[in-house]
Ligand binder design. Sequence first.
Ligand SMILES: *[C@@H]1O[C@H](CO)[C@@H](O)[C@H](O)[C@H]1NC(C)=O
Length: 354
Amino acid sequence: MRPRLPRTAGPLRLAALCVLLSHSAACFGLTGREPLALLPAQLSAESPPGKAHLKQCEQLTLTRRQKRLCRREPGLAETLRESVRISLLECRYQFRNERWNCSLDGRSSLLKRGFKETAFLLAVSSAALSHALAKACSSGRMERCTCDDSPDLQHREAWQWGICGDNLKYSTKFLKNFLGQKRVSKDLRARVDSHNTNVGIWAVKSGLKTTCKCHGVSGSCAVRTCWKQLSSFHDTGRLLKFKFDSAVRVLSITNSATGEPELAGPRRPGLTPRPTDLVYLEDSPSFCRPSRYSPGTGGRPCAKDTSCHSLCCGRGYNTALRHTTLSCHCQVRWCCHVECQTCLREEEVYTCKH
Ligand SMILES: *[C@@H]1O[C@H](CO)[C@@H](O)[C@H](O)[C@H]1NC(C)=O
């Protein structure tokens, strides 16, 4: 059975993208090379209480409508930044062994193309924002939404027990409103972006689990309360990486019945890609050499017997010795006191040649 997708969000506007992937220079007026920790994060301490978020909203590149939403919702600016943080961490982690390692360099060029990597970036960004919003609701960081309040009785009970379910329903609605819904665009790129954005939202939704807890005498489970809980964002990242590896290349065909353009996979003529497939339009560059899309793989650490060959693109690798110290030969003296020696460890490290 096909998983059902939430109704389609309109194509992302670049401004929204800037929020989602906020490290590009165009978005923040920074060089684009700052670690995320340097993005304006510690404002709340200096600003008058209750007003801190206004300043944060100003610093994000948003459309006018998004700014208004940001000012109205004190927890939003923080949540946007949190989503950027987790999307970047997850992207780097999932691509740590790939030639493109999700480095910040070249990101804005990548986003203008229709590569698989572009598809992943969009999906992981919308997934992160959806996840961060749902978490912000359940942790009480956003005033306008609270716990998952699905009408079914168990969630209400959980709420009464002080357990707050992750509110994905609210966050999805908010996210779509925030990104701005438009009529389905005829522009192929916009359709592809919108599709991949929705794959990200779906990936978060598919990780929503019902968790239960027993109450009653010595775990008799006479009373059980259940609530909705999102899986960790790592799981979402893993799912999206899997979708990246099996992404479907598409082209635009005209639906003979409706006359409307739609996406089709060339290997399955007549079949539109599934709503859970990441889709892309063009083959990626190799990412081997520095280009406007990536810094290349020169200098990348690799594993001698496994990743070096493909990661270094046949250029070979350098071997260096690294010395590290560690505690060793530890012994317990008396009770509770441990004495260790310091050992020197020598290991070989490999990095791709330039
Ligand atoms: C990605 O690779 C580049 C090029 O070797 C390197 O400079 C950069 O630090 C890497 N980034 C991450 C996040 O690992």
